[in-house]
Design a protein around this ligand. Structure first.
Ligand code: NDP
Length: 251
């Protein structure tokens, strides 16, 4: 049986690359899709060198349905199948909601929510055609339930993404395709390092997160791997919080 194929968006760096690394360690062939095609190719080459799996790096802006369709076509042409899709590409501009322009608001929804709609619909059609089921993971956030004044656009997009995941879980479950969310807590990546590398927030993490450390991209990759394993066949339409216990703390 040929090795499985996973397509991960926004995977040239950060959490996406952590997910790619963990799935590759299981022998899964990996497609790294990212806005920047050069970075995608470079990361795919690095991953192949580190893990020995076959990889492909492709440019794709998830907000463009045309580009997503081309991404799916190229993946099928190269690897013949898609078993796993991870909707990971996301942005968080951190602008106060009262000062936010319409353009910023719309762009966040476009990347974080509409992008996942395009990818899921187009990949799921291929999965259905092949008839062997599949796994689709949506990278959401603790912002599905909580927000801040600087995350109005982001929280709206992620709460929407959580419900989009549920809708696809209902539509695709009968086809043997499961859809689930993974909600990362505080993870050290380029998106967040400006904040967490300062001394005070670092101390806050130690005090606030029960496991006593900030999360890594591979913490999220391991959770995604779990949900993509055969053992997770009956898990569908749920969100898994992966935050070291952060959200369990009441004050
Ligand atoms: P990063 O900013 O480190 O990486 C995001 C990646 O997505 C970049 O490679 C970026 O490309 C790419 N990207 C951005 N826009 C698009 C687009 N339109 N199409 C394709 N790719 C795109 O983010 P993280 O790794 O931290 O975040 C990954 C996901 O995890 C996001 O959905 C985020 O919301 C979520 N998350 C992150 C948390 C954290 O603490 N870090 C917490 C909760 C959720 P480029 O470099 O070219 O811009």
């Amino acid at each position: 049986m040929p090795a499985k194929v996973a397509l991960i968006t926004g995977a040239a760096r950060g959490i996406g690359y952590g997910i790619a690394t963990c799935l590759a360690r299981q022998g899964t062939r990996i497609v790294i899709a990212d806005m920047n095609g050069t970075s995608a190719k470079k990361s795919a080459a690095q991953l192949a060198q580190d893990t020995g799996v076959k990889t492909l790096g492709l440019a794709c802006d998830v907000t463009s349905r045309t580009q997503v369709a081309a991404l799916v076509k190229k993946t099928i042409k190269q690897f013949g199948q898609i078993d796993i899709l991870v909707n990971n590409a996301g942005i968080c501009p951190f602008v106060d909601i009262m000062a936010m322009s319409e353009d910023v608001f719309k762009k966040t929804l476009d990347v974080n929510l509409t992008g996942a709609f395009h990818c899921t619909q187009l990949v799921a059609k291929e999965m259905i055609k092949r008839g062997k089921g599949g796994r689709i993971i949506f990278i959401t956030s603790l912002a599905v339930n909580v927000s801040s004044a600087a995350q109005g656009d982001y929280a709206a997009s992620k709460a929407g993404l959580h419900m989009l995941m549920k809708s696809f879980a209902i539509a695709l479950g009968p086809k043997g395709i499961t859809c689930n969310g993974v909600a990362p807590g505080m993870i050290l990546t380029d998106m967040t390092k400006f904040h967490w590398e300062k001394p005070e927030p670092a101390a806050f993490v130690k005090q606030r997160v029960p496991v006593g450390r900030i999360g890594t991209p591979e913490d999220i990759g391991n959770a995604v791997t779990l949900l993509c394993s055969d053992a997770a066949a009956y898990i569908n339409g749920v969100g898994l919080i992966v935050d070291g216990g952060h959200q369990a703390v009441c004050a």
